[in-house]
Design a protein around this ligand. Structure first.
Ligand SMILES: C[S@@+](CC[C@H](N)C(=O)[O-])C[C@H]1O[C@@H](n2cnc3c(N)ncnc32)[C@H](O)[C@@H]1O
Length: 433
């Protein structure tokens, strides 16, 4: 397919997503099935265009002074891809399979309009109803923070110290452009291009033999700051597919007891294969069966309970720009209730002197600082660890890391703009001995 034909396909896909109100991933899959002649390069390029439009949905429409699928695609080419008017016109030449030629109004918008005068939620590309919360947290910086949350994310990897060393894995993944991440001592980063092509990490020997896992650096840091140690009893209460379970296991060096559970046994499905590939032998996966509590035998004995809480996922918008436009206020209310419940459950599992690591991949204060404040008010035997003490886990990088984050007495907030990670909130709550 020509670049112009790919652009036409992206416009059609954006129209279909609008009209059918379906997730972008589903629309892309259906398009692929209906257009089997399109090669993998075409599909990746078209997916890249669609994801970029979703990143810049509001600002692209604003800059074109029109909110149609075509306007959003053209506006994205200007704002996200940096194309000038002539370059856009060259793609829209009206040829076979190409978009219609630019109108005078489109030409004028592409040439003269900017984001000046756009309201913050438009310039920052986020739903208007979240503006109060983002303003309360970031103030005047919310547009810059949100713009970083809308940018493309790299592919981050965590080296599994049960199977490999970072320098060795970095050397063997050099052909993919892997470099060290800024903070995590175990992180490697591969920058991705505009098309949505995965560099094929799953086919690498290091991945197959379990020396490396896909994990955003923010998620790696959340596990690291929990301070899991060899010999401890550690419970991963919201283990899901096990991303943090694997990181905790490596920190425990195979010593101690690691229990992974989740309220939804389907979420746990991939964990077994991942634990086995990573060479973890001290983890027990407890899937829920009916109404029975899979942790009924544990009361006040855990050194560490990790609550990787169900959340709105605002911190991962850069990996899933579709999600932010699909998010509704009701979803936040449900998450807040779930978070309070999981925290209360964690409190019953922790031993005196033990700790809860509360983690969300959201930047919203209601899910983070406010949730911790409410928990501590109801559980006065728990105290949040001061930010500097948390950051100390990063040794020589501790000061720079602390300065990069958004610290509060309740915990540390990481954001794409500040730490170049997904957005994460990390609080470690110590129980009185
Ligand atoms: C952020 S995801 C976990 C991601 C996972 N820890 C990882 O690092 O790959 C949150 C998980 O919490 C689970 N969950 C939701 N409500 C829960 C509850 N009340 N108790 C335990 N788990 C819950 C969800 O099923 C989901 O798998």
């Amino acid at each position: 397919m020509t670049p112009a034909a790919r652009l036409s396909a992206a416009i059609d896909l954006i129209a279909a997503i609008d009209a059918q109100r379906i997730p972008a991933a589903k629309a892309l899959k259906e398009w692929g099935t209906a257009h089997r002649y399109a090669g993998s390069g075409d599909r990746a390029a078209i997916a890249g265009l669609v994801w970029d439009v979703l990143r810049r949905r509001a600002s692209s429409a604003f800059v074109m002074d029109a909110d149609t699928p075509r306007a959003r695609v053209l506006g994205m080419l200007k704002l996200e891809r940096g194309l000038d008017t002539e370059a856009v016109a060259a793609l829209c030449d009206g040829g076979r399979f190409a978009p219609e030629p630019l109108t005078d109004a489109e030409r004028a918008a592409l040439t003269t309009r900017t984001l000046e005068g756009a309201p913050p939620h438009v310039a920052g590309d986020y739903p208007e109803w979240l503006d109060d919360q983002l303003a309360a947290l970031f103030g005047d910086q919310r547009v810059a923070e949100a713009a970083a949350m809308a940018s493309r994310a790299p592919l981050d990897l965590r080296v599994n110290t049960l199977k490999g060393k970072r320098d060795k894995v970095a050397a063997s993944l050099k052909h993919l452009g892997a470099t060290e991440t800024p903070w995590s001592p175990l992180g490697l980063r591969i920058e991705l291009g505009a098309d949505a092509r995965n560099p094929g990490i799953q086919a690498e020997q290091d991945f197959i033999k379990g020396a490396v896992e896909v994990q955003d650096e923010g998620s790696q840091l959340a596990a690291l700051l929990s301070g899991a140690k060899p010999g401890e009893q550690v419970i991963d209460l919201c283990a899901g597919a096990g991303g943090k379970t694997l990181a905790l296991a490596a920190m425990m060096q195979g010593k101690g007891r690691l229990i992974a559970t989740d309220s939804d046994k389907r979420q746990l499905a991939p964990i077994h294969e991942r634990l086995s590939r990573a060479g973890v032998h001290n983890a027990e996966v407890r899937a829920p069966k009916g109404d029975a509590d899979p942790l009924a035998d544990i009361k006040g004995s855990a050194d560490l309970v990790l609550v990787d809480a169900p959340c709105t996922g605002t911190g991962t918008w850069r990996r899933n720009p579709d999600a932010k436009w699909r998010m509704r206020p009701g979803a936040l209310e449900i998450r807040l209730k779930d978070q309070a419940e999981v925290l209360a459950r964690a409190a019953r599992l922790v031993k005196p002197g033990g700790r809860i690591a509360y983690v969300t991949c959201s930047v919203l204060p209601a899910e983070n600082v406010e949730q911790v404040r409410a928990f501590v008010a109801a559980h006065p035997d728990f105290t949040p660890t001061p930010p500097a003490e948390l950051a100390a886990a990063l040794w020589d990088k501790a000061d720079a890391f602390l300065a990069a984050t958004w610290p509060t007495p309740e915990g540390l907030l990481l954001t794409p703009r500040r730490t170049r990670t997904d957005g994460f909130f990390i609080s470690v709550l110590k129980r009185k001995a």
